[in-house]
Design a protein around this ligand. Structure first.
Ligand SMILES: Nc1ncnc2c1ncn2[C@@H]1O[C@H](COP(=O)(O)OP(=O)(O)OP(=O)(O)O)[C@@H](O)[C@H]1O
Ligand SMILES: [Mn+2]
Length: 513
């Protein structure tokens, strides 16, 4: 009996051991699988210097961008939850596939391009003049063949009367990659404007406007600071470019983030004496500088590396003013820039009636263009749009450049209704804009989700998300406000929607009539 019992218990021990070993093997297999998977995926995202602003139509790259987007989604939602199948699908790619983002473009005539290539005869003439080589710069071997052009030149040659770039142009990804990785040959202070910014140069003659990180990503602008005293933010410049693209405007020059070395990539390469003189080592041992400008260029407001590493935004430079002059327009809804005075539009509810009759707002699309800009600015809470620019070449029939967005995304806990004044006072909006805004308010294309995904393509998102979650949710909240403002206009007025899409019916655009 004892013997039998003993045999019985030995068998149970064996059985137990077998179970334990099976479980351990299963766990080991699961662990191996997850390690293998991350080993396959991680390098894609950690090659962080490669920005992926892949146009969705590019079949070969879209799969890799989908992979990185998925990863970005799970990384940024990194609060312990596993992303659901739903949220791991690329909403951004779906958005850009939507008919509203693929409207047939008017056929461009020769005078709808900002620049044109010289004829062979003209080119020969200048070739002799530009034969001299500058130190550090590549030898110029560009011909009329597009293949030979550097990305920044292709960007310049792609500027048209109606937009700064074509979102589907494969050159965009190359351009941002170029800005994020090319050797920095020189850096000088850029004149114009009030805060410190640098003009950096690359070996094949490309240039970018650099704005440095000055405060932590999550810092909210002090409520007691006037908007005109606010610091500029490098991540605002980056996020504004993404937001403008997500809205389908394409009116901001491509901006990319980059982690640079203040010492080797600014201090050692600058030929700018005035800038050079402002470098110092802080008590914490970080390399800092402050430059010379009207605001915040003092030893009390230094830009500092850690000890050398500094986050910056790099905006593609527009063609030189000598090639493509621009006109600067004072915004009719400009703020007073005084601590006590109100601007005209703040005191007169019928202000828009006057603007509507004043050239150039009395013709064409200028007024609805301005309202597009107000929508963009309200979403990112940019109060600093005192001026806007257009290319002189195109006269009044052209898009508005949305330059200088450094003061956007300052506060997420508060909205600024006055930025929407042009929309609220004029009760007018482009139909294509309205339909896109409605699309972005739907859960399957939610603005905060597509923005999170779009920003994850920027190299600096590897350091930290470019917009914190509160800033992303503020976008959804503000979008609802814009749509409510349009609705309230429609309740009171007939002629709210400016139909820029008349040949398309609602169904084609995925709209429920
Ligand atoms: N990508 C660009 N390419 C070429 N020129 C640019 C670009 N971005 C800005 N600029 C020019 O540089 C000027 C100064 O830039 P920006 O407005 O960003 O600086 P700022 O210090 O913020 O100016 P402000 O204090 O007037 O707001 C602009 O008025 C514009 O004409
Ligand atoms: Mn500014």
């Amino acid at each position: 009996m004892v013997h039998l019992n003993l045999r019985h218990s030995t068998r149970s021990i064996y059985l137990g051991l077998a179970c334990v070993s099976l479980t351990l093997h299963l766990l080991l297999a699961l662990f191996c699988l997850s390690v293998l998977q991350s080993a396959c995926v991680l390098p894609t995202s950690s090659s962080s210097s490669v920005p992926r602003i892949d146009p969705v139509s590019h079949a070969s790259s879209s799969s890799s961008s989908a992979a990185s987007n998925k990863q970005a989604n799970s990384r940024q939602h990194g609060d312990g939850h596993k992303p659901s199948v739903e949220s791991s699908r690329s909403k951004l790619e779906e958005l850009f596939r939507h008919p509203l983002y693929n409207l047939p473009r008017p056929k461009l005539q020769e005078d709808d391009w900002l620049l044109r290539l010289k004829t062979d005869a003209e080119a020969e003439e200048t070739e002799q003049q530009s034969a001299s080589e500058e130190e550090g710069y590549d030898k110029v071997t560009w011909t009329r063949d597009e293949e030979t052009h550097p990305p920044w030149l292709r960007f310049h040659l792609g500027i048209s009367r109606w937009e700064l770039y074509d979102r589907k142009d494969l050159n965009l990804a190359q351009l941002t990659h170029y800005l994020a990785t090319q050797r920095i040959l020189g850096a000088v202070q850029k004149k114009g404007g009030t805060q410190l910014k640098l003009l950096v140069s690359f070996p094949n003659y490309g240039q970018a406007l650099l704005k440095p990180m000055r405060q932590s990503r999550d810092a909210e602008t002090d409520v007691n600071l006037f908007y005109f005293s606010d610091f500029e933010r490098h991540n605002a410049e980056i996020a504004a470019f993404h937001l403008d693209r997500v809205l389908g405007f394409n009116r901001i020059p491509p901006v990319v983030g980059r982690l640079i070395n203040v010492t080797t990539q600014i201090r050692e390469v600058t030929t700018d004496e005035r800038l050079s003189r402002t470098f110092f080592t802080s008590p914490a041992g970080n390399v800092c500088f402050y430059g010379k400008c009207e605001y915040y260029c003092s030893v009390e407001h230094p830009v500092c590396g850690r000890p050398h590493a500094l986050e910056v935004s790099l905006a593609t430079m527009l063609p030189d003013l000598s090639l493509a002059p621009r006109r600067s327009w004072r915004s009719p809804w400009r703020r007073s820039y005084s601590r006590t005075k109100l601007a005209h539009w703040e005191k007169d509810a019928a202000y828009c009636d006057t603007v509507k009759e004043t050239p150039p707002y009395n013709r064409g699309t200028r007024l609805v263009d301005l309202i597009d800009m107000a929508v963009l600015d309200f979403l990112m809470s940019n109060m600093d749009r005192h001026h806007y620019e257009t290319f002189e070449e195109f006269g009044n029939e052209t898009f508005l450049l949305h330059l200088d967005n450094g003061r956007a995304f300052g506060r997420h806990s508060q909205d600024e209704p006055s930025i929407l004044a042009p929309l609220v006072q004029c009760c007018r909006i482009r139909r294509s804009t309205l339909l896109r805004l409605r699309l972005l308010s739907r859960p399957d294309f939610r603005l905060s989700d597509v923005m999170r995904e779009s920003l994850a393509q920027d190299p600096l998102s590897a350091v930290a998300p470019l917009l914190s979650e509160p800033h992303l949710s503020a976008l959804d909240r503000r979008l609802a406000t814009v749509l409510a403002a349009v609705q309230s206009c429609q309740d009171r007025n007939e002629d709210v929607v400016y139909n820029d899409l008349d040949e398309h019916d609602d169904q084609q655009l995925g709209e429920n009539p």
